[in-house]
Design a protein around this ligand. Structure first.
Ligand code: NAD
Length: 523
Protein backbone atom coordinates (compact mmCIF):
# COMPACT_ATOMS: atom_id res chain seq x y z
CA UNK A 1 0.00 0.00 0.00
CA UNK A 2 1.31 3.44 -0.70
CA UNK A 3 0.38 6.76 0.85
CA UNK A 4 -2.57 7.16 -1.49
CA UNK A 5 -4.59 4.35 0.08
CA UNK A 6 -7.28 6.96 0.69
CA UNK A 7 -8.51 6.15 -2.75
CA UNK A 8 -9.00 2.57 -1.74
CA UNK A 9 -9.35 2.15 1.99
CA UNK A 10 -12.94 2.50 3.20
CA UNK A 11 -11.91 3.55 6.72
CA UNK A 12 -10.27 6.62 5.26
CA UNK A 13 -13.13 7.68 3.08
CA UNK A 14 -15.74 7.74 5.80
CA UNK A 15 -15.99 10.44 8.43
CA UNK A 16 -14.26 8.29 11.06
CA UNK A 17 -11.57 10.49 12.49
CA UNK A 18 -8.35 9.34 14.06
CA UNK A 19 -8.26 9.74 17.81
CA UNK A 20 -4.89 11.46 18.01
CA UNK A 21 -4.00 13.76 20.87
CA UNK A 22 -4.27 17.50 20.25
CA UNK A 23 -1.06 19.24 19.29
CA UNK A 24 1.05 20.58 22.10
CA UNK A 25 0.43 24.22 22.86
CA UNK A 26 2.94 24.77 25.64
CA UNK A 27 4.67 28.00 24.72
CA UNK A 28 6.89 28.25 27.81
CA UNK A 29 9.96 27.27 25.80
CA UNK A 30 10.09 28.09 22.11
CA UNK A 31 9.61 25.10 19.91
CA UNK A 32 11.59 24.53 16.73
CA UNK A 33 9.18 24.46 13.78
CA UNK A 34 10.23 22.95 10.48
CA UNK A 35 9.18 23.05 6.88
CA UNK A 36 6.57 20.52 5.82
CA UNK A 37 7.67 18.68 2.69
CA UNK A 38 6.33 15.40 1.34
CA UNK A 39 4.44 14.61 4.55
CA UNK A 40 7.35 15.26 6.90
CA UNK A 41 8.54 18.11 9.08
CA UNK A 42 12.09 18.83 7.87
CA UNK A 43 14.75 21.43 8.57
CA UNK A 44 15.87 23.85 5.89
CA UNK A 45 19.06 22.96 4.10
CA UNK A 46 20.15 26.56 4.79
CA UNK A 47 20.70 25.72 8.47
CA UNK A 48 19.23 29.14 9.33
CA UNK A 49 16.25 29.97 11.52
CA UNK A 50 14.40 33.02 12.79
CA UNK A 51 12.31 33.78 15.88
CA UNK A 52 8.59 34.45 15.85
CA UNK A 53 7.80 36.97 18.61
CA UNK A 54 4.55 38.22 20.07
CA UNK A 55 3.90 41.81 18.92
CA UNK A 56 2.07 42.50 22.21
CA UNK A 57 5.04 41.29 24.23
CA UNK A 58 8.27 41.01 22.32
CA UNK A 59 9.88 39.12 25.23
CA UNK A 60 7.74 36.15 24.26
CA UNK A 61 9.17 33.89 21.54
CA UNK A 62 6.42 31.69 20.09
CA UNK A 63 8.65 29.50 18.03
CA UNK A 64 11.79 29.20 15.98
CA UNK A 65 11.09 28.87 12.26
CA UNK A 66 13.13 27.83 9.25
CA UNK A 67 14.74 30.51 7.11
CA UNK A 68 14.46 28.50 3.95
CA UNK A 69 16.28 28.77 0.67
CA UNK A 70 15.61 28.01 -3.00
CA UNK A 71 16.59 24.34 -2.54
CA UNK A 72 13.86 23.86 0.08
CA UNK A 73 11.32 25.41 -2.27
CA UNK A 74 12.47 23.15 -5.10
CA UNK A 75 12.13 20.08 -2.84
CA UNK A 76 8.59 21.12 -1.88
CA UNK A 77 7.61 21.70 -5.51
CA UNK A 78 9.12 18.34 -6.51
CA UNK A 79 7.05 16.61 -3.81
CA UNK A 80 3.91 18.43 -4.93
CA UNK A 81 4.61 17.56 -8.57
CA UNK A 82 4.94 13.87 -7.77
CA UNK A 83 1.87 13.83 -5.49
CA UNK A 84 -0.23 15.53 -8.15
CA UNK A 85 -0.02 12.47 -10.38
CA UNK A 86 -2.23 10.53 -7.95
CA UNK A 87 -4.17 13.26 -6.11
CA UNK A 88 -5.73 14.49 -9.35
CA UNK A 89 -7.23 11.03 -9.83
CA UNK A 90 -8.76 10.75 -6.35
CA UNK A 91 -12.50 11.27 -6.89
CA UNK A 92 -13.49 14.78 -5.80
CA UNK A 93 -16.11 13.49 -3.29
CA UNK A 94 -13.33 11.47 -1.62
CA UNK A 95 -11.10 14.53 -1.49
CA UNK A 96 -14.07 16.29 0.05
CA UNK A 97 -14.44 13.64 2.74
CA UNK A 98 -10.89 14.28 3.87
CA UNK A 99 -11.55 18.03 3.93
CA UNK A 100 -14.61 17.44 6.15
CA UNK A 101 -12.33 15.74 8.63
CA UNK A 102 -9.77 18.54 8.42
CA UNK A 103 -12.55 21.07 9.10
CA UNK A 104 -13.75 19.05 12.08
CA UNK A 105 -10.23 18.89 13.51
CA UNK A 106 -9.87 22.64 13.13
CA UNK A 107 -13.18 23.06 14.93
CA UNK A 108 -11.92 20.85 17.76
CA UNK A 109 -8.79 22.98 18.00
CA UNK A 110 -10.42 26.35 17.42
CA UNK A 111 -9.51 27.78 20.82
CA UNK A 112 -5.81 26.88 20.90
CA UNK A 113 -5.42 27.86 17.25
CA UNK A 114 -7.04 31.22 17.97
CA UNK A 115 -5.02 31.88 21.11
CA UNK A 116 -1.80 31.16 19.27
CA UNK A 117 -2.91 33.44 16.46
CA UNK A 118 -3.48 36.30 18.91
CA UNK A 119 -0.03 35.68 20.37
CA UNK A 120 1.47 35.52 16.92
CA UNK A 121 -0.05 38.59 15.29
CA UNK A 122 -1.80 40.58 18.00
CA UNK A 123 -5.44 40.88 17.00
CA UNK A 124 -7.89 40.37 19.84
CA UNK A 125 -9.07 36.88 20.69
CA UNK A 126 -12.65 37.47 19.49
CA UNK A 127 -11.24 38.28 16.07
CA UNK A 128 -8.78 35.41 15.92
CA UNK A 129 -11.66 33.07 16.76
CA UNK A 130 -13.37 34.63 13.74
CA UNK A 131 -10.28 34.06 11.59
CA UNK A 132 -10.10 30.39 12.59
CA UNK A 133 -13.85 30.05 12.05
CA UNK A 134 -13.51 31.48 8.57
CA UNK A 135 -10.91 28.81 7.77
CA UNK A 136 -13.28 26.15 9.17
CA UNK A 137 -16.19 27.54 7.12
CA UNK A 138 -14.10 27.55 3.97
CA UNK A 139 -12.93 23.98 4.56
CA UNK A 140 -16.47 22.67 5.14
CA UNK A 141 -17.69 24.64 2.15
CA UNK A 142 -15.05 23.26 -0.20
CA UNK A 143 -15.55 19.75 1.22
CA UNK A 144 -19.15 20.02 0.04
CA UNK A 145 -17.97 21.28 -3.31
CA UNK A 146 -16.41 17.83 -3.80
CA UNK A 147 -19.91 16.58 -4.62
CA UNK A 148 -20.69 19.50 -6.91
CA UNK A 149 -17.87 21.01 -9.00
CA UNK A 150 -20.66 21.51 -11.48
CA UNK A 151 -19.99 21.65 -15.16
CA UNK A 152 -22.48 22.17 -17.93
CA UNK A 153 -24.30 19.89 -20.34
CA UNK A 154 -25.78 21.59 -23.34
CA UNK A 155 -27.33 20.40 -26.62
CA UNK A 156 -25.17 19.95 -29.65
CA UNK A 157 -26.10 21.62 -32.92
CA UNK A 158 -25.60 18.20 -34.57
CA UNK A 159 -27.66 15.05 -34.26
CA UNK A 160 -26.31 12.18 -32.14
CA UNK A 161 -23.70 14.30 -30.46
CA UNK A 162 -23.33 15.10 -26.73
CA UNK A 163 -21.70 18.25 -25.29
CA UNK A 164 -20.47 18.88 -21.76
CA UNK A 165 -17.85 20.74 -19.74
CA UNK A 166 -15.70 19.55 -16.86
CA UNK A 167 -13.28 21.33 -14.56
CA UNK A 168 -9.73 19.97 -14.69
CA UNK A 169 -6.98 20.72 -12.15
CA UNK A 170 -3.78 22.42 -13.24
CA UNK A 171 -1.05 20.90 -11.08
CA UNK A 172 1.10 22.55 -8.43
CA UNK A 173 -0.25 25.76 -6.88
CA UNK A 174 2.04 28.19 -5.03
CA UNK A 175 0.62 30.47 -2.36
CA UNK A 176 2.18 33.58 -0.90
CA UNK A 177 0.13 34.89 2.01
CA UNK A 178 0.04 37.90 4.37
CA UNK A 179 0.05 38.07 8.16
CA UNK A 180 -3.27 39.77 8.91
CA UNK A 181 -5.53 36.74 8.33
CA UNK A 182 -2.97 34.03 8.89
CA UNK A 183 -5.32 31.05 8.81
CA UNK A 184 -8.36 32.30 6.89
CA UNK A 185 -6.44 33.50 3.81
CA UNK A 186 -4.32 30.35 3.44
CA UNK A 187 -7.51 28.27 3.70
CA UNK A 188 -9.24 30.37 1.00
CA UNK A 189 -6.48 29.28 -1.34
CA UNK A 190 -5.67 25.80 -0.10
CA UNK A 191 -9.14 24.25 0.16
CA UNK A 192 -10.41 25.12 -3.32
CA UNK A 193 -7.06 24.11 -4.81
CA UNK A 194 -7.23 20.73 -3.10
CA UNK A 195 -10.86 20.00 -3.92
CA UNK A 196 -10.14 20.67 -7.58
CA UNK A 197 -7.33 18.08 -7.47
CA UNK A 198 -4.25 20.32 -7.34
CA UNK A 199 -1.33 20.07 -4.94
CA UNK A 200 -0.01 22.95 -2.88
CA UNK A 201 3.14 24.72 -1.71
CA UNK A 202 2.58 27.61 0.68
CA UNK A 203 4.96 30.29 1.86
CA UNK A 204 3.40 32.04 4.85
CA UNK A 205 4.18 35.62 5.86
CA UNK A 206 7.33 35.78 7.95
CA UNK A 207 5.36 37.19 10.90
CA UNK A 208 2.74 34.41 11.00
CA UNK A 209 4.13 30.98 10.11
CA UNK A 210 2.67 29.34 13.24
CA UNK A 211 -0.97 29.65 12.18
CA UNK A 212 -0.13 28.10 8.81
CA UNK A 213 1.84 25.33 10.53
CA UNK A 214 -1.32 24.58 12.57
CA UNK A 215 -3.42 24.44 9.41
CA UNK A 216 -0.91 22.13 7.73
CA UNK A 217 -0.76 19.89 10.80
CA UNK A 218 -4.57 19.56 10.74
CA UNK A 219 -4.38 18.50 7.07
CA UNK A 220 -1.66 15.98 7.84
CA UNK A 221 -3.43 14.56 10.92
CA UNK A 222 -6.59 13.92 8.93
CA UNK A 223 -4.99 12.02 6.10
CA UNK A 224 -4.07 14.43 3.32
CA UNK A 225 -1.42 12.32 1.57
CA UNK A 226 2.30 13.20 1.58
CA UNK A 227 3.28 15.83 -0.96
CA UNK A 228 -0.26 17.14 -1.45
CA UNK A 229 0.28 20.07 0.95
CA UNK A 230 3.72 21.52 1.62
CA UNK A 231 4.91 24.54 3.59
CA UNK A 232 8.20 26.41 3.30
CA UNK A 233 8.85 29.33 5.65
CA UNK A 234 11.14 32.27 5.01
CA UNK A 235 11.39 35.68 3.46
CA UNK A 236 9.34 36.71 0.45
CA UNK A 237 12.23 38.38 -1.32
CA UNK A 238 14.39 35.22 -1.03
CA UNK A 239 11.70 32.66 -1.86
CA UNK A 240 9.49 34.67 -4.22
CA UNK A 241 11.29 33.86 -7.47
CA UNK A 242 11.89 30.15 -6.72
CA UNK A 243 8.27 29.61 -5.74
CA UNK A 244 6.80 31.53 -8.69
CA UNK A 245 9.17 30.77 -11.56
CA UNK A 246 9.53 27.00 -11.11
CA UNK A 247 8.13 25.54 -14.38
CA UNK A 248 6.10 22.91 -12.50
CA UNK A 249 4.08 25.61 -10.76
CA UNK A 250 0.97 26.35 -12.81
CA UNK A 251 -0.99 28.59 -10.40
CA UNK A 252 0.29 31.39 -8.19
CA UNK A 253 -2.13 32.87 -5.70
CA UNK A 254 -0.88 35.91 -3.83
CA UNK A 255 -2.43 38.09 -1.14
CA UNK A 256 -0.49 41.10 0.07
CA UNK A 257 0.50 44.61 -0.93
CA UNK A 258 -0.10 46.00 -4.41
CA UNK A 259 3.61 46.74 -4.68
CA UNK A 260 4.64 43.09 -4.25
CA UNK A 261 1.58 41.86 -6.17
CA UNK A 262 2.73 43.77 -9.23
CA UNK A 263 6.08 41.93 -9.14
CA UNK A 264 4.31 38.59 -8.74
CA UNK A 265 2.08 39.39 -11.70
CA UNK A 266 5.04 40.30 -13.90
CA UNK A 267 6.90 37.13 -12.91
CA UNK A 268 3.88 34.97 -13.83
CA UNK A 269 3.06 36.72 -17.06
CA UNK A 270 5.92 35.47 -19.21
CA UNK A 271 5.09 31.83 -18.39
CA UNK A 272 1.30 32.30 -18.73
CA UNK A 273 0.67 30.98 -15.23
CA UNK A 274 -2.70 31.39 -13.61
CA UNK A 275 -2.09 34.33 -11.29
CA UNK A 276 -4.62 35.43 -8.68
CA UNK A 277 -3.83 38.66 -6.85
CA UNK A 278 -5.63 40.08 -3.82
CA UNK A 279 -3.99 43.34 -2.81
CA UNK A 280 -4.42 46.65 -1.01
CA UNK A 281 -7.51 48.64 -0.16
CA UNK A 282 -8.57 52.15 0.83
CA UNK A 283 -12.12 51.57 1.91
CA UNK A 284 -14.71 54.24 2.46
CA UNK A 285 -17.82 54.42 4.60
CA UNK A 286 -20.41 56.91 3.38
CA UNK A 287 -22.62 58.43 6.10
CA UNK A 288 -25.70 60.18 4.73
CA UNK A 289 -27.76 62.82 6.54
CA UNK A 290 -30.56 60.29 7.16
CA UNK A 291 -28.24 57.61 8.61
CA UNK A 292 -28.82 56.12 12.02
CA UNK A 293 -25.79 57.79 13.56
CA UNK A 294 -25.31 55.37 16.48
CA UNK A 295 -25.21 52.51 14.00
CA UNK A 296 -22.87 54.39 11.66
CA UNK A 297 -20.51 55.08 14.58
CA UNK A 298 -20.60 51.41 15.66
CA UNK A 299 -19.79 50.43 12.09
CA UNK A 300 -16.96 52.92 11.68
CA UNK A 301 -15.33 51.93 14.98
CA UNK A 302 -15.43 48.24 14.14
CA UNK A 303 -14.32 48.85 10.55
CA UNK A 304 -11.49 51.25 11.43
CA UNK A 305 -10.04 49.79 14.61
CA UNK A 306 -10.82 46.06 14.32
CA UNK A 307 -7.57 44.15 13.70
CA UNK A 308 -5.87 47.46 14.63
CA UNK A 309 -6.89 48.76 11.20
CA UNK A 310 -4.73 46.08 9.58
CA UNK A 311 -7.39 44.60 7.33
CA UNK A 312 -7.42 44.97 3.58
CA UNK A 313 -11.09 45.90 4.01
CA UNK A 314 -10.51 48.26 6.97
CA UNK A 315 -12.52 51.47 7.01
CA UNK A 316 -9.91 54.17 6.64
CA UNK A 317 -12.04 56.95 5.11
CA UNK A 318 -15.41 58.41 5.98
CA UNK A 319 -17.36 60.58 3.55
CA UNK A 320 -19.87 62.17 5.91
CA UNK A 321 -22.77 64.40 4.91
CA UNK A 322 -22.24 68.03 5.96
CA UNK A 323 -25.49 68.15 7.95
CA UNK A 324 -24.40 65.40 10.34
CA UNK A 325 -20.61 65.57 10.22
CA UNK A 326 -20.22 67.55 13.43
CA UNK A 327 -22.38 65.19 15.45
CA UNK A 328 -20.95 62.05 13.86
CA UNK A 329 -17.38 63.26 14.43
CA UNK A 330 -17.88 64.10 18.09
CA UNK A 331 -19.58 60.72 18.69
CA UNK A 332 -16.80 58.75 17.06
CA UNK A 333 -14.01 60.67 18.76
CA UNK A 334 -15.60 60.09 22.14
CA UNK A 335 -15.92 56.35 21.48
CA UNK A 336 -12.42 56.00 19.95
CA UNK A 337 -10.88 57.58 23.06
CA UNK A 338 -12.50 54.93 25.22
CA UNK A 339 -11.33 51.89 23.25
CA UNK A 340 -9.27 49.58 25.43
CA UNK A 341 -5.91 48.84 23.82
CA UNK A 342 -3.72 45.99 25.03
CA UNK A 343 -2.84 42.34 24.79
CA UNK A 344 -5.55 40.67 22.71
CA UNK A 345 -5.66 37.58 24.94
CA UNK A 346 -7.43 39.72 27.55
CA UNK A 347 -11.11 39.30 26.60
CA UNK A 348 -11.88 42.91 27.59
CA UNK A 349 -9.30 44.41 25.21
CA UNK A 350 -10.77 45.94 22.05
CA UNK A 351 -7.65 46.68 20.01
CA UNK A 352 -4.31 44.91 19.92
CA UNK A 353 -0.86 46.06 18.77
CA UNK A 354 0.53 46.71 15.31
CA UNK A 355 2.19 43.64 13.83
CA UNK A 356 5.75 44.98 13.98
CA UNK A 357 8.02 47.93 14.62
CA UNK A 358 8.14 48.55 10.86
CA UNK A 359 4.34 48.71 10.61
CA UNK A 360 4.16 50.96 13.67
CA UNK A 361 6.69 53.31 12.09
CA UNK A 362 4.73 53.36 8.82
CA UNK A 363 1.53 54.30 10.65
CA UNK A 364 3.25 57.00 12.75
CA UNK A 365 4.75 58.30 9.49
CA UNK A 366 1.25 58.63 7.98
CA UNK A 367 0.02 60.41 11.10
CA UNK A 368 2.79 62.98 10.58
CA UNK A 369 1.90 63.29 6.90
CA UNK A 370 -1.76 63.85 7.82
CA UNK A 371 -0.82 66.65 10.22
CA UNK A 372 1.54 68.27 7.71
CA UNK A 373 -1.09 68.08 4.95
CA UNK A 374 -3.48 70.05 7.17
CA UNK A 375 -5.84 67.38 8.53
CA UNK A 376 -7.05 68.03 12.07
CA UNK A 377 -5.88 65.42 14.59
CA UNK A 378 -8.93 64.88 16.81
CA UNK A 379 -7.74 62.01 18.97
CA UNK A 380 -4.80 59.61 19.20
CA UNK A 381 -1.74 59.99 17.04
CA UNK A 382 0.83 58.59 19.48
CA UNK A 383 2.52 55.34 20.32
CA UNK A 384 1.31 53.99 23.69
CA UNK A 385 4.07 53.66 26.25
CA UNK A 386 4.54 52.76 29.90
CA UNK A 387 4.08 49.42 31.69
CA UNK A 388 3.24 46.50 29.43
CA UNK A 389 2.86 48.85 26.45
CA UNK A 390 6.65 49.18 26.34
CA UNK A 391 6.95 45.51 25.39
CA UNK A 392 4.76 45.77 22.30
CA UNK A 393 3.86 47.89 19.29
CA UNK A 394 0.80 49.71 20.64
CA UNK A 395 -0.79 52.78 19.11
CA UNK A 396 -3.65 55.04 20.10
CA UNK A 397 -6.80 54.76 17.96
CA UNK A 398 -6.48 57.86 15.79
CA UNK A 399 -9.12 60.04 14.15
CA UNK A 400 -8.47 62.93 11.76
CA UNK A 401 -11.11 65.48 10.79
CA UNK A 402 -11.13 68.02 7.96
CA UNK A 403 -9.54 65.53 5.59
CA UNK A 404 -9.65 66.49 1.93
CA UNK A 405 -9.26 64.49 -1.26
CA UNK A 406 -5.85 65.98 -2.03
CA UNK A 407 -4.31 64.57 1.15
CA UNK A 408 -2.19 61.44 1.14
CA UNK A 409 -4.06 59.99 4.12
CA UNK A 410 -7.20 60.09 1.96
CA UNK A 411 -5.58 58.25 -0.95
CA UNK A 412 -2.95 55.86 0.35
CA UNK A 413 -3.37 52.64 2.29
CA UNK A 414 -2.11 53.16 5.86
CA UNK A 415 -2.85 49.72 7.33
CA UNK A 416 -3.21 50.93 10.89
CA UNK A 417 -5.77 52.37 13.32
CA UNK A 418 -6.18 55.72 11.58
CA UNK A 419 -9.54 57.03 10.39
CA UNK A 420 -9.91 60.16 8.23
CA UNK A 421 -13.23 62.02 8.05
CA UNK A 422 -14.07 64.19 5.05
CA UNK A 423 -17.24 66.16 4.35
CA UNK A 424 -19.58 65.62 1.40
CA UNK A 425 -22.58 67.67 0.34
CA UNK A 426 -24.58 65.07 -1.57
CA UNK A 427 -24.75 61.41 -2.51
CA UNK A 428 -23.18 62.13 -5.89
CA UNK A 429 -20.26 63.83 -4.24
CA UNK A 430 -19.87 60.97 -1.75
CA UNK A 431 -19.79 58.43 -4.58
CA UNK A 432 -17.19 60.46 -6.46
CA UNK A 433 -15.10 60.63 -3.29
CA UNK A 434 -15.48 56.89 -2.72
CA UNK A 435 -14.20 56.17 -6.22
CA UNK A 436 -11.30 58.60 -5.85
CA UNK A 437 -8.70 55.94 -5.05
CA UNK A 438 -6.49 53.57 -7.02
CA UNK A 439 -8.00 50.69 -5.02
CA UNK A 440 -11.42 49.05 -5.25
CA UNK A 441 -11.91 46.50 -2.50
CA UNK A 442 -14.77 47.44 -0.19
CA UNK A 443 -17.15 50.32 0.60
CA UNK A 444 -20.30 50.91 2.58
CA UNK A 445 -23.17 53.35 2.99
CA UNK A 446 -25.24 54.18 6.04
CA UNK A 447 -28.62 55.56 4.99
CA UNK A 448 -32.33 54.92 5.58
CA UNK A 449 -33.18 55.88 1.99
CA UNK A 450 -33.48 52.89 -0.33
CA UNK A 451 -32.79 55.05 -3.38
CA UNK A 452 -29.50 56.26 -1.91
CA UNK A 453 -28.55 52.69 -1.04
CA UNK A 454 -29.26 51.29 -4.51
CA UNK A 455 -27.56 54.19 -6.29
CA UNK A 456 -24.41 53.74 -4.22
CA UNK A 457 -24.53 49.94 -4.67
CA UNK A 458 -24.53 50.49 -8.42
CA UNK A 459 -22.05 53.35 -8.74
CA UNK A 460 -19.31 52.72 -6.18
CA UNK A 461 -16.77 50.68 -8.12
CA UNK A 462 -15.58 48.06 -5.64
CA UNK A 463 -15.65 44.27 -5.40
CA UNK A 464 -17.55 44.34 -2.11
CA UNK A 465 -20.28 46.71 -0.92
CA UNK A 466 -22.26 46.92 2.32
CA UNK A 467 -25.46 48.75 3.22
CA UNK A 468 -25.82 49.81 6.84
CA UNK A 469 -22.82 47.72 7.81
CA UNK A 470 -19.09 48.44 8.00
CA UNK A 471 -16.64 47.80 5.18
CA UNK A 472 -15.55 44.53 6.83
CA UNK A 473 -17.42 41.29 7.39
CA UNK A 474 -17.15 39.05 4.33
CA UNK A 475 -18.74 35.58 4.36
CA UNK A 476 -17.03 32.65 2.67
CA UNK A 477 -19.80 31.76 0.23
CA UNK A 478 -19.73 35.12 -1.56
CA UNK A 479 -16.88 36.11 -3.90
CA UNK A 480 -14.13 38.14 -2.25
CA UNK A 481 -11.84 40.54 -4.08
CA UNK A 482 -11.49 43.98 -5.52
CA UNK A 483 -11.37 46.14 -8.61
CA UNK A 484 -8.61 48.39 -9.97
CA UNK A 485 -5.28 48.01 -8.12
CA UNK A 486 -6.80 45.69 -5.52
CA UNK A 487 -6.95 42.71 -7.84
CA UNK A 488 -6.51 41.31 -11.31
CA UNK A 489 -10.07 40.22 -11.98
CA UNK A 490 -10.14 36.97 -10.02
CA UNK A 491 -12.09 36.31 -6.86
CA UNK A 492 -11.43 34.22 -3.80
CA UNK A 493 -14.08 32.28 -1.87
CA UNK A 494 -17.54 31.25 -3.11
CA UNK A 495 -17.55 29.08 -6.21
CA UNK A 496 -15.83 31.94 -8.07
CA UNK A 497 -12.51 30.77 -6.60
CA UNK A 498 -12.79 27.47 -8.46
CA UNK A 499 -11.98 29.30 -11.69
CA UNK A 500 -8.51 30.08 -10.33
CA UNK A 501 -7.78 26.46 -9.47
CA UNK A 502 -9.30 24.66 -12.44
CA UNK A 503 -9.56 25.02 -16.17
CA UNK A 504 -12.58 24.24 -18.25
CA UNK A 505 -12.47 21.38 -20.70
CA UNK A 506 -15.26 21.32 -23.28
CA UNK A 507 -16.00 17.78 -24.42
CA UNK A 508 -17.87 16.73 -27.57
CA UNK A 509 -18.96 13.11 -27.92
CA UNK A 510 -20.13 12.18 -31.38
CA UNK A 511 -22.10 8.93 -31.43
CA UNK A 512 -23.46 9.29 -34.99
CA UNK A 513 -20.83 7.00 -36.49
CA UNK A 514 -20.07 9.47 -39.24
CA UNK A 515 -18.08 12.68 -39.61
CA UNK A 516 -20.22 15.67 -38.65
CA UNK A 517 -18.77 19.12 -39.25
CA UNK A 518 -20.00 21.89 -36.93
CA UNK A 519 -21.09 25.13 -38.66
CA UNK A 520 -20.92 23.34 -42.03
CA UNK A 521 -23.05 20.21 -42.18
CA UNK A 522 -26.09 21.65 -40.42
CA UNK A 523 -26.54 24.75 -42.60
P1 NAD B 1 3.38 42.08 1.68
O1 NAD B 1 3.09 42.36 0.26
O2 NAD B 1 4.52 42.80 2.30
O3 NAD B 1 3.66 40.53 1.91
C1 NAD B 1 2.75 39.55 1.48
C2 NAD B 1 3.52 38.27 1.22
O4 NAD B 1 4.41 38.49 0.14
C3 NAD B 1 4.37 37.79 2.41
O5 NAD B 1 4.32 36.39 2.50
C4 NAD B 1 5.75 38.25 2.00
O6 NAD B 1 6.77 37.47 2.60
C5 NAD B 1 5.71 38.05 0.50
N1 NAD B 1 6.69 38.83 -0.26
C6 NAD B 1 7.33 39.97 0.09
N2 NAD B 1 8.17 40.36 -0.89
C7 NAD B 1 8.05 39.45 -1.89
C8 NAD B 1 8.64 39.30 -3.18
N3 NAD B 1 9.53 40.18 -3.64
N4 NAD B 1 8.26 38.26 -3.95
C9 NAD B 1 7.35 37.37 -3.51
N5 NAD B 1 6.76 37.45 -2.29
C10 NAD B 1 7.11 38.48 -1.49
O7 NAD B 1 2.01 42.35 2.48
P2 NAD B 1 1.74 42.20 4.04
O8 NAD B 1 2.42 43.32 4.75
O9 NAD B 1 2.02 40.81 4.50
O10 NAD B 1 0.16 42.39 4.07
C11 NAD B 1 -0.44 43.64 4.02
C12 NAD B 1 -0.97 43.94 2.63
O11 NAD B 1 -1.78 42.86 2.20
C13 NAD B 1 -1.87 45.14 2.61
O12 NAD B 1 -1.60 45.91 1.46
C14 NAD B 1 -3.26 44.56 2.56
O13 NAD B 1 -4.24 45.42 2.01
C15 NAD B 1 -3.03 43.35 1.73
N6 NAD B 1 -4.09 42.36 1.93
C16 NAD B 1 -5.00 42.19 0.94
C17 NAD B 1 -6.05 41.30 1.10
C18 NAD B 1 -7.06 41.09 0.00
O14 NAD B 1 -7.72 40.06 0.00
N7 NAD B 1 -7.24 42.01 -0.92
C19 NAD B 1 -6.15 40.56 2.28
C20 NAD B 1 -5.20 40.77 3.28
C21 NAD B 1 -4.16 41.66 3.08
Amino acid sequence: MNEFTITLAPELVRLKRKKTEPMEYNMSSPKLYKNFINGEWVESSSGNTSENRNPANTDEVLGIFQKSNADDVAAAIDAATEAYKKWRLVPAPKRGEILYKVAQRMLDQKEPFSQQMTQEMGKVIKETRGDTQEAIDMTFYMAGEGRRLFGMTTPSEMENKFNMTVRQPLGVCSFITPWNFPMAIPSWKMMPALICGNTVVIKPATDTPLSVANLIQACHDEGIPPGVVNMVTGSGSALGAPIIKNPNVRVVSFTGSTEVGRKVSEACATDFKHCCLEMGGKNVQIVMDDAKLELAVDGALWGAFGTTGQRCTATSRIACHKDVVEKFTSMIVERARKLKVGNGLDESVEMGPAISQAQLDTVLGYIDIGKKDGAKLLTGGERLTGGDYDKGFFLQPTVFGEVTQSMRIWKEEIFGPVLGIAVCGSLDEAIAMANDTPYGLSASIFTQDVNNAYTAMRDVYTGIFYVNAPTIGAETHLPFGGTKETGNGHREAATACLDVFSEWKSIYVDFSGSLQRAQIDNQ
